[in-house]
Design a protein around this ligand. Structure first.
Ligand code: ADP
Length: 634
């Protein structure tokens, strides 16, 4: 080793998240050891992609001089496997950044959620993305020798680690561009020191990759005897999967390719592969993952498609091709219309981009629609993972409103479960004769919605109501205004009118009682003053004496709560107090001649209605004292 190399050698500690990741990786993925090959080949193929891309603007880096490829060899005596590529390579800073830290925000939080349950952890790790560190599943030490494109041979870098707490890094001389990864196998990794085993695994994981993958094998003579020489044998087809015709690609190949581009550990749920010619000329391959990524609601969550132009890789995470509410869609787009020198800035307001974006959006929505039709259970599994994201759709994408609405699933009074299962099409098909609105209720929880007094008349009339209790629902319903020509109606609004479901006799009777109760309503209103907007009789209740509703264009309870939770100043909700004239507590109150006692009754009924509506009240002491006085009297 030269003097400069020694001077340059330093030992550095891993970021603590890396230590945790390594530990978990070794302990939870040992049952699927071979994936380290997929990950390392995948990285090598990315490195070739990146070199080609960089050479577009800086041709000295690569002029097609040598074919880009990956070479795998093993040494049974030394117990090593080496994966070499002639791709972009890494500088010293790159190595420290890429192989010593995890640059994703929220990682520490993610790890804090891990348990000691290893089957569960392997799923979580899969969602996290397995990557380079998977080498330590089979190796108890790893050496990385890498020389970045455009850098002199003397400025190459060597990284070495036992995967415990630290690694060393030093400057070395490396004759060729690219990266060698040398795995010093642990006992459990020795099964890979075999030609047929490696060939088997490599072909499984690399057929769909566009660069050739070679395995070093023993040369044999005509009689099949080893000559003692070695030769490179190409193991994969080396044709990018998406350029092949659909009919030739097996499901397993699609799934392997999915894992190659996402580093996901699990299979995807579904995919859609399309070649389009005409106004736009492109190929797209879109996947829906089975599990939501751990950081889907993290602001810095990277998403988007891999972008290729005429088969040349351009960038990862091109977010411009998918709206935000479909940020869980993974995959790639290979365009023949965009220029090769396209940058994120150019993509930003580009005609081709926006027309591709709308085509791909439709494609993704259609893929979900057909899944819902074909396999309801699988669709519900999708909805459970990604429904909350899709609920951002109506606000973000006006042009696909109807399609998005069709994909929504809700809890409803038709089912006895909090699971969101009911589609709007189901709801519409069950609508009563004469019903022209889709009724819904928003509340803090499914239980609160299900037990709401506002549902009483709907139950007695057999009209279905959707029960919404996700935090986003109230906001979403501002944008989801119609489905199949029917408008939505929040049932806690004063404008709610179910009289068309009543017969003439009922209507007549209600009119009479309302007339009778006019003076009582006036009396209550005088007592409550500006604590309410109005007082009315209602016939929609059965077992509840009174409720609070809001006028159609006033802010409702859930919206006010939402604003308050977001730290915004919300104007006070102006409630209309509705009393049930058929309830014994109300008739008892109406008969009370003494003004003071009457006031106590009002306090009790109003307080109860407030509790049912908001889950809290401004001044509980007033309410409690009224209750106690009534109890003493009784
Ligand atoms: P990921 O590939 O998901 O980003 P990895 O842990 O596999 O995560 O790799 C981290 C980073 O290290 C990669 O993003 C890449 O920049 C770099 N890297 C890994 N392997 C190679 C390689 N063979 N050549 C060049 N860079 C590499």
């Amino acid at each position: 080793m030269s003097e400069t190399a020694t001077m340059n050698k330093e030992t550095r500690g891993f970021q603590s998240e890396v230590k945790q990741l390594l530990h978990l990786m070794i302990h939870s993925l040992y049952s699927n050891k071979e994936i380290f090959l997929r990950e390392l080949i995948s990285n090598a193929s990315d490195a070739a992609d990146k070199l080609r891309f960089k050479a577009l603007s800086n041709p000295e880096l690569y002029q097609g001089d040598a074919d880009l490829g990956v070479k795998l060899s093993f040494d049974a005596d030394a117990n090593t496997i080496t994966v070499s590529d002639n791709g972009i390579g890494m500088s010293r800073d790159d190595v420290i950044e890429n192989l010593g830290t995890i640059a994703k925000s929220g990682t520490a939080e993610f790890f804090s959620k891990l348990s000691e349950d290893q089957t569960k952890d392997s799923q979580l790790i899969g969602q996290f993305g397995v990557g380079f560190y998977s080498a330590f599943i089979v190796a108890d030490a790893v050496t990385v020798r890498t020389r970045a494109a455009g850098v002199p041979a003397e400025d190459a870098v060597q990284w070495y680690s036992k995967g415990e707490g630290e690694y060393t890094i030093e400057t070395i001389k490396k004759e060729s561009r690219g990266t060698d990864i040398i795995l010093h196998l642990r006992e459990e990794g020795k099964e890979f020191l075999s030609e047929w085993r490696l060939r088997d695994v490599i072909s499984k994981y690399s057929d769909h990759i566009s660069i050739p993958v070679y395995l070093e094998v023993a040369e044999k003579d005509d009689e099949g005897k080893e000559t003692g020489e070695k030769k490179w044998e190409q193991v994969n087809k080396a044709q990018a999967l998406w350029t092949r015709s659909k009919s030739e690609i097996t499901d397993e190949e699609y799934q392997e390719f999915y894992k190659h581009i996402t580093h996901d550990y699990a299979d995807s749920l579904i995919w859609s592969h399309n070649r389009v010619e005409g106004k736009n000329d492109y190929t797209s391959l879109l996947y829906i993952p089975a599990k939501a990524p751990w950081d889907m609601f993290n602001r810095e969550h990277k998403h988007g498609l891999k972008l290729y132009v005429q088969r040349v890789f351009i960038m990862d995470d091109a977010a411009q091709f998918m709206p935000n509410y479909l940020r869980f869609v993974r995959g790639l787009i290979d365009s023949n219309d965009l220029p090769l020198n396209v940058s994120r800035e150019i993509l930003q307001d580009n005609k081709v981009t926006s027309s591709l974006r709308s085509a791909l959006t439709k494609r993704a929505l259609t893929m979900l629609e057909s899944l819902a039709k074909k396999d309801a259970d699988k669709y519900l599994a999708f909805w459970k993972e990604f429904g909350l994201v899709l609920k951002e759709g109506p606000a973000e994408d006006f042009s696909n409103k109807e399609k998005i609405a069709g994909l929504m699933r809700f809890a409803s009074t038709h089912e006895e479960t909090s699971e969101e299962k009911v589609s709007l099409a189901d709801y519409v098909s069950r609508m009563k004769e004469g019903q022209d609105k889709i009724y819904y209720l928003t509340a803090d929880s499914y239980k609160a919605a299900k037990n709401s007094p506002h549902l009483e008349q709907f139950r007695s009339k057999g009209i279905e109501v959707l029960l919404l209790s996700d935090r986003i629902d109230e906001w979403m319903m501002n944008y989801l205004t119609e489905f199949d020509g029917k408008s939505f109606q929040l049932i806690t609004k004063a404008g709610l009118d179910l009289s068309k479901f009543e017969d003439e006799q009922e209507k007549e009777k209600h009119k009479e009682v309302e007339e009778e109760f006019k003076s009582v309503a006036e009396r209550i209103k005088t007592y409550l003053g500006d604590r309410v907007k109005d007082v009315r009789t209602t016939f929609k209740l059965a077992t509840t004496p009174a409720v609070l509703v809001t006028d159609d264009f006033e802010m409702g309870t859930q919206m006010a709560k939402l604003l308050a939770a977001a730290g915004q100043e919300a104007p006070e909700v102006k409630y209309i107090f509705e009393i049930n004239p058929e309830h014994p507590m109300v008739t008892r109150m109406a008969d009370e001649p003494d003004e003071e006692a009457f006031g106590r009754w009002v306090e009790v009924l109003f307080g109860q209605a407030m509790l049912a509506e908001r889950g809290s009240m401004e001044d509980p002491s007033e309410f409690l004292s009224a209750v106690n006085q009534l109890l003493v009297k009784a």
